[in-house]
Design a binder for this molecule. Structure first.
Ligand SMILES: Nc1nc2c(ncn2[C@@H]2O[C@H](COP(=O)(O)OP(=O)(O)OP(=O)(O)O)[C@@H](O)[C@H]2O)c(=O)[nH]1
Ligand SMILES: [Mg+2]
Length: 459
């Protein structure tokens, strides 16, 4: 890591956390102004699309300066043409190819013969080329296939494997993927979202119900919201509001992802997404104004580590006289230690929220046990209630004790979007066949209809 002064270092660390949302020009500027290296970027999650959009002379310079190795670039998803240039040690510009901008590097290294003997076939071509090494770019055919079978493979690795003919669509088919799923898998790209900082967020609307989504990293908060918004939209219940342009964009993005069966990426630390909507039911002339607050699980984990001070930054933004619904999104685990750890975190989080006086204005606490498709029982509601009464009794009792002072409803229910594959892709995204996409958001919508006050605003 290059030496920087503490201010620059803090800034670099902040930018690296949101590297996925940065444009090519910004990346080049960070490199020239702050010495941010390509290795730091790729290690922090720079996407293959971002990497491949960088000028080739910049990539080559980074390699020549020893700031990143060819192997690391391959692992990060550098495309084949660029790899060939890197292997040769010169830019295509020097070769007369005209790609990239600015000057290349001065190198005498001759280009080695290209690793592939013939033109790259179309993506997904099932025909195998015996000449091509089965170990390419740090990916081995055997391990990739085994990861595909176990469902642990990274989407980028599968796409790279197909592009480099290491595996074929047939392999995916044989491992149980349907043709329609394979198409969605190959077209998947994580959409970079530029999250506003807490200071940039529009203030929470007054006279609305604030819906807090509280849960650890990966518990399913954003996915749940995506499914809820998609369902509510399809029922014609959502009325747009102009109170947060970012919130509206984020909601639209979540909804489109759900239509394509693509799940959201992990919400970056430090961010709270504020999504205001109005629900308007057919039989009700009034609106229900709701402010959804999708919190980053990483932030919530920090609150657990740092106690109340971890929440201090958000105090001004969150403090208001609005009614509140606290949704504890509980990741369904079978592992006893993971269950106990999650229970401790949520119990502590509830106490912190209580100290902040947030429970004073609370009208409902929902305990949502997610990933119900993984429950071993077909009676999901009963399984959820029994599971919470058995494993989350400590949290439940803390909440019940608090409820003696502030009257609110406590509800528990399961949630699921149905089985997922390779972490970010829904196996079946058609609500006609995947009834999870209707059943669970419908329960949630009914609870909001029942519990949240209405307003004349917007009529
Ligand atoms: N099987 C199954 N997996 C799910 C379901 N919902 C979410 N997941 C998985 O859980 C992962 C994490 O979900 P997210 O919605 O990103 O979790 P989050 O709570 O928003 O996480 P952070 O943003 O990191 O706080 C998803 O990428 C899916 O792989 C579900 O209903 N069923
Ligand atoms: Mg999230």
């Amino acid at each position: 890591m290059p030496k920087r002064d503490p201010v620059d270092q803090t800034l670099v660390e902040f930018i690296l956390k949101t590297i996925k949302s940065r444009s090519t020009n910004q990346l080049l500027e960070y490199n020239s102004r702050m010495n941010m290296t390509l290795r730091e970027m790729t290690k922090s999650g720079l996407t293959a699309d971002q990497l491949n959009a960088l000028p080739i002379h910049f990539i080559l310079d980074s390699v020549n300066k020893g700031e990143i190795s060819k192997e690391e670039l391959i692992d990060a998803g550098l495309n084949e043409e660029a790899i060939m240039v890197v292997e040769g040690g010169r830019t295509e510009e020097e070769e007369g190819g005209g790609v990239g901008e600015g000057g290349g590097t001065e190198t005498e290294t001759p280009l080695p013969p290209p690793p592939l003997q013939r033109k790259r076939p179309p993506i997904g071509d099932p025909i195998r080329d015996e000449d091509i090494s089965i170990k390419h770019g740090g990916l081995s055919q055997e391990s990739l296939l085994s990861e595909i079978r176990s469902g642990d493979a990274l989407i980028e690795d599968i796409q790279t494997g197909i592009n480099r003919k290491l595996i074929s669509k047939e392999d995916l088919f044989e491992s149980g993927c349907k043709a329609e799923f394979i198409e969605r898998l190959l077209s998947y790209s994580s959409v970079p979202i530029k999250f506003p900082s807490i200071k940039e967020l529009e203030p929470l609307r007054k006279n609305a119900t604030d819906i807090y989504l509280l849960g650890r990293r990966g518990s399913g908060k954003s996915t749940m919201l995506a499914s809820f918004f998609n369902y509510a939209k399809s029922m014609g219940v959502i009325v747009n509001t102009q109170d947060s342009s970012f919130g509206n964009k984020y909601r639209n993005q979540l909804q489109l992802g759900m239509i394509e069966g693509h799940l959201p990426s992990s919400t970056p630390k430090q961010f709270i997404n504020h999504i205001p909507i109005n629900l308007k039911f057919e039989n009700n002339i009034y609106h229900q104004p709701l402010n959804f607050l999708d919190m980053a699980g990483e932030l919530i984990d920090d609150v657990y580590e740092e106690g109340i001070s971890g929440f201090q930054t958000y105090k001004d933004f969150l403090e208001n006289q609005n009614d509140k619904i606290l949704i504890f999104v509980i990741n369904y685990f079978e592992n006893k230690t993971k269950i106990a750890e999650q229970e401790q975190h949520l119990d502590e989080l509830f106490s912190i929220i209580k100290k902040f006086n947030i429970t004073r204005k609370t009208i409902g606490v929902y305990l949502l046990l997610t990933k119900a498709d993984l429950f071993p029982d077909s009676n999901k509601q009963k399984f959820c209630d029994d599971f919470i009464n058995k494993h989350y009794i400590g949290l439940l009792n803390t909440i019940k004790t608090d409820r003696k002072d502030h009257k609110y409803v406590i509800r528990s229910f399961p949630f699921s979007i149905g089985p997922t594959k390779f972490s970010y892709i829904l196996e079946d995204c058609d609500p006609n066949t995947n009834t999870n996409l209707i059943t669970y958001p419908k329960i949630l919508m009914q609870q909001f209809e029942e519990d949240c006050p209405v307003s004349r605003r917007g009529l």
